[in-house]
Design a protein around this ligand. Structure first.
Ligand SMILES: [Zn+2]
Length: 462
C-alpha cells in the first residue's frame, strides 16, 4: 500500500534540513563532561519540538546517566502495529580534527551537507520527524502507532541503555523496531544491516630474562623478546597479513550475493585513505564484504616494544602486545580465546614464557535473518522511494546498542537502516550527509509507515 499522494506532496526535505541545522548547532558531545549541558539542552529542545508536532513527548532521566527523549503518537488504534524508531542525540568529539567548515554549522558543498551529527545520527531521526510531520499535516494522523526513543549516550557505548529499557518498558513497547544508525552501501543503494562482528582484546606477553642483558655480549645465543613477540603474532596471520585462524563457513548463497556489494578495490582504496602505491589485500576468491563483515580479523593496537626514547643496546626482559580481534558474527569469545591460546602457547621460541589474557573489551557479534511480512513491507517501501530493494549488509565493527536490541528484542522485526554512506566519514573530520540519500530516506520512512499500517498488527505477525 503506497503512501497517500497528499503525504508525498507534504514531504519537505528543505524543512527537514532547517531542523537538522538547528540540532547540529548544539555540540552534544557525550564523551566530554564539559558538553553534558548541551546534551541536556538538546534533549529538552527535541522533546519540545516533538510535542509541538503533536506527539506525547518527555525527557527520560536516570541517575548517573545522560537523558533520553521518548515520544509517542498512539492514535492509530489497537489493531495498528506500534513502530519504535530508535536514534541517538549525542555526538562524537571534533577536537584536533581538520574540518573544512565549522563542525557545528550545517554547511552545504555540492550534493552534501557537512556537520558533526549530520549523518550520525541526527540526520537519521530527523528524517523520521519529517515523515511524521508530513503525515500529520496531510492526513491528520499516522497509519501506525509510533514511538521514538532518542538516546543520549550511544557514542560512549550506550552504558545505560539497558537500564532505560528496564526502567521505562513502556517507552520501548512495540511490534516492530526501526533502528536508524546504520549505513547504506552507496548513495543509490539502500542498506539493511543484518550482522555485526564482535570485539575481543587480548594481552599477549612474553618474558625471557630476569634483567636486561648486553646485546654485544649475549646477542646471538640469547632470545630477543621483541622478535619472539613478533614471531608469535605472525603465527596468527597468513601471507597476506590476514588473520589465519578462526575462519568460519559462510553460506554459498550469501557469498554469491556479497559480490554485489559495491566494495571494489577502488572503493576500499578511497574509503580507507590508502597511500597511492598501497593496495587493498587480495580477495583470494572471497568477496571483500565477507572479509570485512563475516570473517575474523586482527589488529595490533598497542605494544611495549622498546621506543626510541628507551633505546639501548640490550636484550630486554619482556615484551607485550594488545591484540584487537574482530570476531565473526556468531563466533564466541571463549571459542576465539581457546584458538588463540592453542596457537600462541604451543612450542614457544627458545622456551620464552608466554601468556595470553583476555582484555577489558569483549563483546560478541550478532547475526540476524530478516524474514517475514515486516521485511517484505520494507522492501516495497524502499523500492518505491529509492528505486532499489534493500541490500543486506554487515558492519565490521561492534555497535553495543544493536547487540543489546538484538538480545532484548530479537524476536521482533528489527529494521536497521540509516542515512550514512561510505563517504559520510562518521566519527571523522568533515562528517557529511548526502542530500539525495536524505530525501530518499524521508520518503522511505513515510512509505514504510504506510506499508506497516496496511499490514496491521495481525498481518505483521503472519
Ligand atoms: Zn551513531
Amino acid at each position: 500500500m503506497p503512501m497517500p499522494a497528499a503525504v508525498s506532496a507534504a514531504l519537505d526535505p528543505d524543512r527537514a534540513l532547517r531542523r537538522l541545522a538547528g540540532y547540529v548547532a548544539r555540540p552534544a558531545i557525550s564523551c566530554d563532561p564539559a558538553h553534558h549541558a548541551d546534551v541536556e539542552a538538546l534533549a529538552e529542545a527535541v522533546s519540545a519540538d516533538l510535542a509541538a508536532l503533536g506527539l506525547q513527548a518527555e525527557v527520560l532521566r536516570l541517575p548517573g546517566a545522560l537523558p533520553s527523549v521518548a515520544a509517542a503518537w498512539m492514535g492509530a488504534g489497537p489493531d495498528a502495529p506500534t513502530v519504535l524508531v530508535y536514534g541517538h542525540l549525542d555526538l562524537q568529539p571534533v577536537k584536533g580534527e581538520p574540518w573544512t567548515s565549522d563542525p557545528h554549522t550545517l554547511t552545504q558543498r555540492g550534493e552534501r551537507v557537512f556537520a558533526r551529527g549530520a549523518s550520525d545520527d541526527m540526520g537519521g531521526w530527523v528524517s523520521h520527524l519529517e515523515a511524521i510531520q508530513a503525515y500529520l499535516e496531510a492526513e491528520g494522523g499516522l497509519p501506525v502507532n509510533l514511538r521514538l526513543l532518542i538516546e543520549g549516550e550511544e557514542e560512549i557505548g550506550s552504558p545505560n541503555l539497558e537500564r532505560y529499557m528496564d526502567a521505562f518498558p513502556e517507552a520501548f513497547a512495540a511490534d516492530v523496531m526501526i533502528l536508524t544508525d546504520c549505513e547504506n552501501p552507496s548513495p543509490t543503494q539502500p542498506g539493511l544491516t543484518v550482522s555485526l562482528r564482535g570485539l575481543l582484546e587480548v594481552e599477549l606477553r612474553c618474558a625471557a630474562l630476569e634483567a636486561d642483558g648486553h646485546s654485544g655480549l649475549w646477542g646471538g645465543m640469547v632470545p630477543d623478546v621483541s622478535l619472539a613477540l613478533m614471531r608469535l603474532v605472525s603465527r596468527l596471520c597468513d601471507e597476506d597479513g590476514r588473520m589465519a585462524i578462526g575462519r568460519v563457513e559462510v553460506p554459498a548463497d550469501w557469498r554469491a550475493a556479497a559480490w554485489e556489494v559495491p566494495l571494489s578495490p577502488a572503493v576500499i582504496h578511497a574509503g580507507a585513505h590508502l597511500l597511492p602505491g598501497v593496495s587493498a589485500l587480495p580477495d583470494r576468491g572471497r568477496p571483500p564484504a565477507e572479509w570485512m563483515w563475516r570473517q575474523p580479523s586482527i589488529t595490533v593496537v598497542a605494544t611495549s616494544l622498546p621506543t626510541a626514547e628507551r633505546k639501548k643496546n640490550a636484550l630486554r626482559t619482556a615484551a607485550s602486545a594488545t591484540l584487537s580481534v574482530r570476531l565473526a558474527p556468531g563466533q564466541t569469545i571463549d571459542e576465539m580465546i581457546g584458538l588463540l591460546r592453542a596457537v600462541l602457547l604451543a612450542d614457544p621460541p627458545a622456551g620464552v614464557e608466554v601468556s595470553v589474557e583476555q582484555g577489558k573489551n569483549a563483546s560478541e557479534g550478532w547475526l540476524y535473518t530478516p524474514r517475514g511480512p515486516a521485511f517484505a513491507a520494507a522492501d516495497r517501501a524502499y523500492r518505491a522511494s529509492w528505486g532499489q530493494p534493500l541490500l543486506q549488509v554487515g558492519v565490521g565493527g561492534s555497535i553495543p546498542f544493536v547487540a543489546l536490541f538484538g538480545r532484548r528484542y530479537g524476536d521482533l522485526p528489527l529494521i536497521l537502516n540509516g542515512v550514512m554512506d561510505p563517504e559520510s566519514t562518521a566519527h571523522g573530520p568533515n562528517e557529511s550527509l548526502h542530500l539525495g540519500v536524505f530525501a530518499k530516506a524521508i520518503a522511505a520512512n513515510a512509505a514504510l509507515y504506510a506499508e506497516l499500517g496496511a499490514l496491521g498488527k495481525v498481518g505483521l505477525r503472519a
